[in-house]
Write a protein that binds this ligand. Sequence first.
Ligand code: ADP
Ligand code: MG
Length: 283
Amino acid sequence: SFFGGIGGASRKGILVKGSNYLEALAKTEIVVFDKTGTLTKGVFRVQEIHSEGYSEEELLELTAYTESYSNHPISLSLKSAYGKEIDNSRITDIEEISGHGIIAVVDEKKVVAGNSKLMLKMNIPYYEGELIGTVVHVAIDNQYAGYIIIADELKSDSTQAIKALKAAGIKQTVMLTGDTKNVASKVGETLGLDKVYSDLLPGDKVDKLEELFAQKPANNKLAFVGDGINDAPVLARADIGIAMGALGSDAAIEAADIVIMTDEPSKIATAIKISRKTLKIAQ
Ligand code: ADP
Ligand code: MG
């Protein structure tokens, strides 16, 4: 009947890598989500460009060049907002700092593009007023050059995904994100998540998971759902690591115990229901 359960799941686009994960899934009481690319589409659109000392076009161009080697959802959207071909010969040094942003040399200018943590790290004073959205601050040759505000959208299926988990009796739904508090709390309120943790570095996400582990009975399981960009260690640490496979990276599919082949987080509740049914039959 475990084979039946795994087969039934796979027909719904849910790939379970072993019957032990089906068993663990049936005992899940906490489901933890990554935000970008998991609950949100991971496709950011530019909302506003505020440049200082450069034109908006120059700022976007230098930022897109700086981000051009990365596959981070933020990088992809800045490249697409720029919209023109990237001439790789203009870029010489690239350093991606996970959870922070990217530093590169473009046209012999040192460009730093990322969040406020990156500006602090590089000792660059930045605009600290309240901004709504995900903010990419930019510095050129150690001078602050402005910011680009980008915004992501919720997946249309995410509200249903959280509702279905609650209806299935899941005790806690949690979101972890490296994004800012204002973006995270808006997503949390809209979806009705029980807990939201923001401004987390990739390593902080593992620490948060440990905290959640410490608070729950050992017999009840914790599932983490991510897309693998910066969250492979969390996927590996969870009792059940679930990767969203449609957008997810190869690393995520590798690190995960369960892969959702479609782009629908509501499949998590479906998988839990299948696992409970399978276990009942097996007992
Ligand atoms: P999430 O937890 O939402 O999946 P990440 O851990 O990948 O996000 O990134 C956290 C934050 O770090 C982002 O919200 C952004 O502010 C910053 N950041 C990460 N990568 C980049 C990048 N390539 N360019 C600009 N900013 C970035
Ligand atoms: Mg991520």
